[in-house]
Write a protein that binds this ligand. Structure first.
Ligand SMILES: Nc1ncnc2c1ncn2[C@@H]1O[C@H](COP(=O)(O)OP(=O)(O)O)[C@@H](O)[C@H]1O
Ligand SMILES: [Mg+2]
Length: 388
């Protein structure tokens, strides 16, 4: 995550071309706090209106503990004195504030340096995010609904999250979120073997309203064949090094891509519904996962449309599967309505009972499991004026 310290309105938009989404903050104290809270922060850009002495003090105080964080200073005009002071304090670059090409170049150089420094800290410095794969061997049970809402809720809680659509032939994450991605998982193929944070950022489409990043499925279904399982593994690994959570949407079968995702996932969210074929398929899926050696305690079963009256009830499902249901999500017309509007339900209707159940999956079964405290809803607005 890039932090921008600036006090001018519209600053985030002004540098958007070079910086992408930023956390726009108005003081050194807020920058300190944001760095403390976000071990993934890798770049702080300080705007031209910020006093250089205050800016230098910040850099000097952060440098020893977080050598991987890059600082770039923007000035209205460049002069030798400013340059000297900035470089002595530990800024990596000083750039004219109206020169967005130079700023883009400086950002890239800083990120490269961060990656190198992180790579030399015993291999543990790159923060390891969690990969959560949402799967069901049957179509239409709610994989895309769950994955988009889980990812959106994480992002809205201020957690750096990317949603990757591995339903490579018929993926509909982009359309469900009203996004028009200009790149997709397929673009990772050209970077095979050398995909890095910079390459990853080129695959991502940003969802402004939630702060979520997505990597869409290719628009041409025939491109799915060109994506190997290896590139999926590489993509997920690089994503996990750059995000706190990587949520994976899947097609309704154990494709080689799904198996690759299951292999590197910390958690599988498996979906059941109250119909015999879905329960049968889930049972087979559980047996397949057992046979593949996937750990049983890293699975969460969600019963979707749990309250429809169709003769089969949740107890029958538990009995047939032999595993408990973690969360039951009710059926509601608000779900397809939100998909048609292209706004995830947790964002559009947070009070809807379905939204409550979807948040429970995240708060109780994902974040609590991995030790992350569930943030107070108001925390984001109090401490970080997030511009995205
Ligand atoms: N809890 C629910 N209540 C009502 N409709 C739902 C619910 N969950 C999913 N749907 C609808 O079911 C359809 C299939 O859901 P989707 O998430 O696309 O499934 P999948 O990705 O598994 O194919 C969509 O039209 C979606 O709006
Ligand atoms: Mg789907």
């Amino acid at each position: 995550m890039t932090i921008l310290w600036d006090n001018e309105p519209g600053a985030a938009e002004r540098y958007h071309f070079a910086l992408g989404a930023v956390d726009l903050l108005g003081s050194a104290a807020l920058v300190h706090r944001a760095l403390d809270e976000d071990p993934h922060a890798d770049l702080v850009v300080i705007g031209p209106v910020v006093n250089i002495d205050e800016a230098s003090l910040l850099v000097e105080s952060v440098r020893a503990d977080r050598p991987e964080v890059g600082f770039i200073l923007l000035r209205h005009r460049l002069d030798v004195t400013t340059l000297g002071q900035a470089l002595r304090s530990g800024f990596r670059e000083v750039v004219a504030s109206d020169d967005s090409t130079s700023l883009s170049d400086a950002v890239r150089r800083s990120r490269d340096l961060t990656a190198k420094i992180s790579g030399h800290q015993g291999g543990t410095a790159a923060p390891q995010g969690r990969i959560v794969t949402v799967f069901s061997a049957k179509g239409g049970v709610g994989k895309t609904t769950l994955s988009t809402n889980i990812a959106t809720h994480l992002a809205m809680s201020g957690v750096r999250t990317v949603l990757i659509d591995l339903d490579l032939s018929f993926g509909d994450v982009g359309i469900s979120m009203q996004l028009m991605p200009s790149s997709s998982v397929h673009d990772a193929v050209a970077m095979s073997g050398h995909l890095d944070a910079e390459g990853l950022s080129q695959l991502v489409t940003h969802h402004q309203a939630s702060g979520l990043d997505i990597i869409a499925a290719p628009t041409d279904p025939s491109l799915a064949d060109r994506v190997s399982a290896q590139i999926v593994t590489e993509l997920l690994r690089v994503a996990a090094a750059n995000y706190e959570y990587v949520i994976v949407d899947t097609p309704p079968s154990f494709t080689e891509h799904v198996l690759a995702a299951c292999d590197v996932s910390s958690l599988l969210v498996l979906i059941a519904t109250l119909d015999i074929p879905a329960v049968k398929n889930l049972r087979l899926a559980l047996e397949t996962l057992d046979a593949l050696g996937s750990p049983r305690d890293s699975r969460v079963i969600v019963l979707n449309r749990a309250d429809v009256k169709v003769g089969l009830n949740p107890d029958d499902v538990v009995q047939a599967l032999g595993v408990p249901i973690a969360v039951s999500v009710p059926a509601s017309n608000t779900v397809p309505a939100s998909v048609n509007r292209g706004v995830p339900l947790v964002l559009e209707s947070p009070k809807d009972p379905v939204s409550g159940a979807l948040r429970e999956i995240v708060d109780t079964h994902i974040r609590a499991r991995f030790g992350a405290p569930v943030e107070e809803p108001q925390r984001r607005s109090l401490f970080s004026r997030r511009s995205r």
